[in-house]
Every structure is written in structure tokens, then in C-alpha cells.
Ligand binder design. Structure first.
Ligand SMILES: [Zn+2]
Length: 454
């Protein structure tokens, strides 16, 4: 058990060092999406190693064909269970005009830490690291490892390859991911499921050049109209229901216990609408909304290209068009099977349409009960004074599925970010309340794991 007085003293004493490290990290613009930042990415890797070793962990840079992975931690012996904490050290670009400060100049405003990457995901990474340092100082019988990725924001293209280096990145007994957001401040939330993704382009060419509608209209086929017909056949735009045959066959509906848990999350339809600037949405029932965004699959139309986009109306018949779509998938749907269903259906509707697969991410089903979940609940209660609610996430984290495939061990989530922290948004920040609660939570969690049989 973690002694509350000890951890409180530790966290208070760690604060200046935590703030100093976070400042250094935020000031490295580790934008993985921007090829001109390659040297900053290298600086980020070196700094990450430096932070780990400064707290007494061993650490190394694991090279991949892309940006490297940082692997480190404390190994006390193979007899003990090993937990790996996953975070990422790359950040989103920060070019939004709404920034009120230079995004890569760290500003500590009395425990509010401003700057790109503060909450996603450098602050949570450091909170976990300090929690681990405390656990190690207590002599807990557990090996604590860190895997810090540098390509999360670009979809983790080299992560699976990097994990093959079992010597540098040992196989753990469980994983904890700290890269998620609570639903509301003061109400810790732990996701246990992520939606997957399947993107596709539907392409139709009916001629070699655009034609004049006065000369050819009526006889000429219109590829945009034909693609719209397909869109209509695939999706009920009013309800969001997907009409591809067999689309819902594998969908597992959330249980009563899961819905009950969703309801305790602090989710509010009004806040949701305000956050995303929606004037109206498809349903105003909170259970329906949570089910739609977390536990149900979707079919989204992102764009229809081809034809004329200038001012006024040009009376031409386009020769080709492209419909850009994607689907969010839930456990146990697979992008492969859904793509087959889509392609078959489009083929029966219009055999001239080519269906090209784009981005693919598998959905993730985590744990909703059992000893690891109980450990997370006790740890969060120890850190934040309140048991977490278990929710799902509508988005995808490719690295999570990669770790599940590589290691086949339980993966738990302990995110520390708040909705107002501005994930992927201008004026991103993190704060000492979440950081200190996070350090305590991680310290408690390591102690819980140490007590579990390997
Ligand atoms: Zn992140």
C-alpha cells in the first residue's frame, strides 16, 4: 500500500523538477507530421532519454525506419511482473491563428502549463514517470518500463516494427496507456474501448473530358449524381443508420452495466454541442448520443469531388467524380470484412464505380471488469479521491492495437487530460492538479500491480 503522507510529500518535492522537465519538453517542437522538424525529433528523443536517466531509470533510443522509440525504466528482476507505460512524445502542428502565445514557448502560470504538447502527451508521460520513481524508491517488487513513441500523431507507421526488438523493448505482463481525456473535470474517466476506422474512395469515370450540358445533357451520364445515389443507398442521412447489407452483423451492443457506467461519466449533450459548435444533432437523448459516438459504427461522407466549384453555375457535365468516405468501426467489426461488404454492395449498385481502400485502424476492446480494472479503480481513487467511470472512446489509437497484437496482454488506460486542456487545439495546456493527481494515481497503480500475482 502507498502511504498517503509519503506520496504527498514526494509529489510536492517533485514539483519543481517536473515543471522544469515539462518546460524543456514543450519547448522542443516535436511535430512528427512536419518533415522539416526532423532535427527537433532527434532532440526530443535525446531529451526523453535524459529525463528518464535523470530520475534514475535506464533508457535508450530504439531506431526504426521512421522516428525512433524511447524505451527505458527500472528492471529489478525477471521474477517480478513487468508493466509498460505507453505515452508519445510527438505533437500536433500548432499553426492555428487562435494561439494567444508562442505555442512552443512554455509558460507556467501558477501551475497551469501552457504550450503545445503539454497535455498531449508530454505532461501525462512525466506524471507517470514521477509516479514510477516513487514506486521504485519504495522498493516495490515490480519492473516498470516506459515506451515513448515519436510517431503517434501520424498513425504509428513504424511502431509495430520497433516492438520487434524484444531486447530493447521487453514483453510486459500488462500495459497502461496514458493518452486519453476525461469527459468532465472532477470526474475521472477510463476508456476501455476504441473505435476502428476504414477509409475509402469511390471513383467513377464516365468520359475522357467534361461536356456541355446543352449539347450532351440528357444522354450523358452524370458521375456525381450516380455517386450521390450510392451515398444515399449506403446511409440514411437523417438517422445515421448504415444501409450496407450485413454492416451491423458483428456489432456487440453495450451491456446494461456499460450504459449505466456511461451515464455516470458527466457527459452532457449541451456541453458536447457547444464544444463542437453544433446547432443541432441527430438525437438529444444523452444515452443515444454516447452510444452513437462511443459504441456504434458510423458511415461518414467527407467530400465529393469533380465538376465545377467556382462562382455561379457552369453548365457542364463532369466526366468523373470521387466520393470520399470513412467508417468508424466498433468491436468486433473488422475493416477487412467491412471493406468486402462495401465493395460487394457498391458493385451491385453500380459496377462502374471503383472502390479504393484508404486508412485502416482496428477497433480495440479493452477490459470492463476483473483484477486489472479493480486495480485501476483503486489507483484512481487513491490519486484523485474518486473512483473513475468506465467509458469508451470514439476515436482510434493505432499504437494500442499494435501493442495488443505484439504482446497479447491486458491494456488499461489512465488518461490525465481534461476536455478544456485543448487536445489538438490552440492554447493547449496541462495543470498541476492533474499532474499531481496523476503521479499519485500511477504510484498507487504500481503498488496494486506489485501485489497481484504475476
Ligand atoms: Zn496523444
Amino acid at each position: 500500500m502507498v502511504n498517503h503522507q509519503h506520496i504527498r510529500t514526494f509529489v510536492n518535492e517533485a514539483r519543481p523538477q517536473f515543471e522544469n522537465m515539462l518546460a524543456q519538453m514543450v519547448e522542443v517542437p516535436s511535430i512528427s507530421m512536419d518533415p522539416s522538424r526532423a532535427s527537433d525529433m532527434r532532440r526530443m528523443a535525446d531529451l526523453a532519454v535524459h529525463c528518464l536517466t535523470e530520475l534514475g531509470a535506464e533508457a535508450q533510443v530504439v531506431e526504426t525506419d521512421g522516428y525512433p522509440i524511447i524505451s527505458g525504466g527500472w528492471m529489478i528482476g525477471p521474477r517480478y511482473p513487468t508493466v509498460t507505460v505507453y505515452n508519445h512524445m510527438d505533437v500536433q502542428p500548432a499553426q492555428e491563428p487562435e494561439w494567444k502565445q508562442e505555442p512552443f514557448a512554455f509558460r507556467n502560470d501558477n501551475g497551469v502549463y501552457h504550450g503545445r504538447g503539454a497535455t498531449d502527451d508530454k505532461g501525462p508521460a512525466l506524471a507517470a514517470l514521477f509516479g514510477a520513481q516513487f514506486a521504485v524508491e519504495q522498493g516495490l517488487p515490480i519492473n516498470i518500463r516506459f515506451v515513448w513513441e515519436l510517431e503517434e500523431e501520424i498513425g504509428s507507421p513504424h511502431f509495430a516494427d520497433g516492438l520487434k526488438d524484444r531486447k530493447a523493448i521487453p514483453q510486459p505482463n500488462s500495459v497502461v496507456v496514458s493518452d486519453t481525456i476525461w469527459i468532465a473535470k472532477g470526474r475521472p474517466a477510463v476508456p476501455y474501448g476504441l473505435r476502428g476506422l476504414l477509409g475509402a474512395r469511390l471513383i467513377l469515370r464516365t468520359g475522357t473530358k467534361d461536356a456541355h450540358s446543352g449539347l450532351t445533357g440528357g444522354a450523358a451520364r452524370n458521375p456525381l449524381a450516380e455517386l450521390m445515389e450510392i451515398a444515399h443507398a449506403c446511409l440514411d442521412a437523417k438517422t445515421g443508420r448504415v444501409k450496407i447489407p450485413g454492416f451491423y452483423d458483428e456489432v456487440v451492443q453495450p451491456t446494461k452495466a456499460e450504459i449505466k457506467s456511461f451515464l455516470k461519466s458527466g457527459f452532457q449533450v449541451s456541453r458536447f454541442k457547444k464544444a463542437y459548435g453544433f446547432q443541432s444533432i441527430r438525437t438529444s437523448d444523452p444515452i443515444d448520443v454516447m452510444r452513437c459516438i462511443w459504441a456504434a459504427p458510423t458511415f461518414e461522407i467527407h467530400g465529393l469531388t469533380g465538376g465545377y466549384h467556382g462562382p455561379g453555375v457552369k453548365t457542364m457535365v463532369p466526366s468523373q467524380g470521387e466520393l470520399k468516405i470513412s467508417m468508424r468501426l466498433v468491436p468486433s467489426q473488422t475493416p477487412e470484412a467491412i471493406f468486402t461488404k462495401l465493395k460487394r454492395y457498391v458493385g451491385t449498385l453500380n459496377p462502374n464505380v471503383k472502390v479504393e481502400q484508404e486508412g485502416v485502424l482496428q477497433p480495440f476492446q479493452g477490459l470492463f471488469d476483473g483484477p486489472y480494472v479493480a486495480a485501476v479503480k483503486r489507483a484512481v481513487k487513491g490519486g484523485f479521491g474518486k473512483e473513475p467511470v468506465f467509458v469508451r472512446e470514439g476515436g482510434s489509437i493505432g499504437a494500442v492495437v499494435t501493442m495488443q497484437r505484439a504482446w497479447k496482454v491486458p491494456i488499461l488506460f489512465m488518461g490525465l487530460s481534461l476536455p478544456e486542456h485543448g487536445y489538438h487545439a490552440p492554447n493547449e495546456y496541462f495543470d498541476w492538479g492533474q499532474a499531481s493527481g496523476g503521479m499519485k494515481t500511477f504510484a498507487h497503480y504500481f503498488s496494486e500491480l506489485a501485489r497481484m500475482v504475476k
